[in-house]
Write a protein that binds this ligand. Structure first.
Ligand SMILES: NC(=O)c1ccc[n+]([C@@H]2O[C@H](COP(=O)([O-])OP(=O)(O)OC[C@H]3O[C@@H](n4cnc5c(N)ncnc54)[C@H](O)[C@@H]3O)[C@@H](O)[C@H]2O)c1
Length: 274
């Protein structure tokens, strides 16, 4: 990339996306680049990350790959340092890295519980603490998006760790929305709520003994019922462009689950199966 192009990349607001090595994060990165944003890609899998960055660069985009473990605050600080060293402005931060987990609560190994909380909750928190203060010092508009899940508003038996982590990430994002409105009003906040999107997310739980046969069920669900990650990324940017707080891939599924939960809370009903 020539000096002029590098300078232009530095002036344009960058998009930083965690979990960009695969699935929804990779699709958001490709779409951001296609819209002319320089992208900073973060993932714990350096191999997947490099492949996505190379594909974007081959298409003429500006992509920087920064291998990052979102569970480690120092690693996310280093990501922010790398992003601001290359670009003067971060216009979009997507705290998207996430892992799935299956199995009854009492069957979950302690390490598995901690892994899920660490990636899905701590990871988003680390993104906020490393980036938002810097985004807040820039008077130009920017946005922070957390990828949660419809699992973050409902309750499913056999997906307890994931559900707990996504409820927490949902609450964290609502809090961030209020806190930015008070302190950094130019920093918008959104929650991206996917339902079924065809990705590799169940591959990492495929061999967990405690997950049992439900792994096959969920892999089939995503493969057969899922929308493509590219379509999810299109919906993502439609919502970002409108400045929506809630951005849902499947508004009908969201409405059904949210409606059930609202009734459950309003009428103080016990949890029920879907
Ligand atoms: N696919 C779906 O149907 C669906 C539904 C609801 C929510 N989501 C959420 O969407 C987000 C993206 O998931 P996806 O479906 O694209 O899955 P994916 O597995 O295809 O992508 C997730 C990426 O996150 C990365 N990652 C995992 N741990 C990490 C860590 N510690 N540090 C940095 N990166 C890490 C993985 O390496 C992977 O590349 C997740 O937060 C997930 O919970 C997905």
């Amino acid at each position: 990339m020539g000096d002029a192009q590098q300078q232009q990349g530095s002036e344009a607001g960058a998009a930083v996306i965690t979990g960009a090595g695969s699935g929804i994060g990779a699709a958001i990165a490709r779409r951001a680049a296609a819209r002319g944003m320089p992208v900073v890609l973060a993932d714990v899998s350096a191999e997947r990350l490099e492949a996505v960055a190379r594909a974007i660069t081959d298409e003429g985009g500006d992509a920087l790959a920064v291998p990052t473990d979102v569970t480690d605050p120092c690693s996310v600080d280093a990501l922010a340092d790398a992003a601001y060293a290359r670009h003067r402005r971060v216009a979009l931060l997507v705290n998207n890295a996430g892992v799935e987990s299956l199995g009854a609560l009492w069957d979950l190994p302690v390490d598995e519980w901690r892994r899920v909380m660490s990636v899905n909750i701590d990871g988003a928190f680390h993104g906020i603490r490393s980036f938002v203060p810097r985004m807040g010092t820039d008077p130009r508009p920017s946005r922070v998006v957390t990828t949660t899940s419809v699992g973050g508003i409902g309750t499913l038996a056999g997906m307890g760790a994931y559900g707990v982590s996504k409820h927490a990430a949902q609450q964290m994002t609502e809090t961030l929305h209020l806190e930015c409105a008070q302190t950094f009003p130019q920093v918008g906040v959104s929650v991206f709520v996917p339902a079924h999107v065809t990705t590799r997310i169940f591959e990492d739980v495929a061999h967990s003994a405690h997950a049992g046969e439900s792994v096959d069920h969920w892999r089939t669900q995503l493969r057969e019922k899922g929308m493509t990650a590219d379509e999810a990324a299109r919906i993502f940017f439609d919502g970002v462009d409108r400045g929506d707080f809630w951005i849902c891939t499947h508004p009908d599924v969201y409405a059904r689950i949210a409606g059930r939960r609202a009734r459950l809370l309003a009428e103080a009903l016990p949890p029920d199966f879907e």
